[in-house]
Design a protein around this ligand. Structure first.
Ligand code: CO8
Length: 263
């Protein structure tokens, strides 16, 4: 598929997906979401990709939300279908078996904030702006914001953001735990790539197990979560990468992980 709204590149196992629809500040329309669904499938199928980074083209915007021009024309049924499509694509991104980092360079509003929330963690430029402003349009978040944000920062802070629609600076977003780290704009990608390379040097199967275990554990009670962790730990131990990691430690050398995502 030829992309017109995004760019997908890969260097040394680190893939970068750049939202690139400048005339609408990278707003999510059906065409972009269709391309994103295809890009996620490509990354999923490519065993050489170890880490995925999401960012926006230019300095102004990550994603300024769902495309309001398109939303404004929808019937209630059309709105439900559009929300479902967006949720499915964003959930497929979240379900990728590799770490996904959002490098938020500018506006991450509405669906843009919701896209970042589906990533494993968020780094931001000092110029980034976060918010769920749908209430200002007479709407509510529809791409997972009411659910993922509440799980991440708690119901009370989520309600404050959703009820007011207020824009948050990168520093405020870090303070409430939405963002892990904030960097100068010119450093955002280099710092994100540095961390992606560190993560990319770890074993694929253990990264996958860690991601899945943390994700599943958040949706269950502690006892079930601990059982999930035990099983995943035991499976990891049987993987070639665990063999290499433990042997390398005992031989006092750096491990070289060559195992697959499937262990
Ligand atoms: N959709 C469509 N076009 C947009 C969007 C958008 N979300 N955001 C910006 N644009 C366009 C503007 O219309 C403008 O186009 P033009 O030059 O043709 O007039 C261009 O991008 C540049 O924007 P501005 O001139 O407004 O730039 P400013 O720097 O003055 O302002 C802002 C930047 C603050 C980002 C401002 O554009 C803004 O407030 N945008 C809307 C943000 C917003 O409300 N986002 C939430 C959208 S709703 C949503 O995400 C719901 C998700 C769930 C959907 C469920 C499906 C039904």
């Amino acid at each position: 598929m030829t992309y017109t709204c995004l760019d997908l590149t890969c260097t040394d196992g680190i893939a970068t997906l750049t939202f690139n629809r400048p005339k609408a500040l990278n707003a999510l329309n059906s065409a972009l979401l269709t391309e994103l669904a295809d890009a996620v499938r490509q990354v999923d199928a490519d065993e050489t990709v170890r880490v995925l980074i999401l960012t926006g083209a230019g300095e102004k915007s990550f994603i300024a939300g769902a495309d309001i021009t398109e939303i404004a024309t929808l019937s209630p049924l059309g709105a439900k279908q559009f929300a479902q499509f967006g949720q499915e694509v964003i959930s497929s991104l979240q379900a990728l078996p590799i770490p996904v980092i959002a490098a938020v360079n500018g506006f991450a509003l509405g669906g843009g904030c919701e896209m970042a929330l589906a990533c494993d963690f968020i780094y931001a430029s000092e110029k980034a702006i976060f918010g769920l402003p749908e209430i200002t349009l007479g709407l509510i978040p529809g791409f997972g914001g009411t659910q993922r944000l509440a799980r991440l920062i708690g119901a009370n802070r989520t309600k404050e953001m959703v009820f007011t629609g207020r824009h948050l600076s990168a520093a405020e977003a870090r303070e409430i735990g939405l963002v892990n780290k904030v960097f100068a704009p010119e450093e955002l990608m280099t710092k994100t790539l540095d961390v992606a390379r560190v993560i990319g040097g770890k074993g694929k199967a253990s990264l996958r197990a860690a991601k899945e275990t943390i994700g599943q554990g958040l949706n269950t009670d502690l006892a079930t979560g601990l059982a999930i962790e035990r099983d995943a730990f035991a499976l990891c131990l049987a993987s070639p990468d665990a063999q290499e990691g433990t042997t390398a430690f005992l031989e006092k050398r750096k491990p070289v992980f060559t195992g697959s995502r499937k262990g």
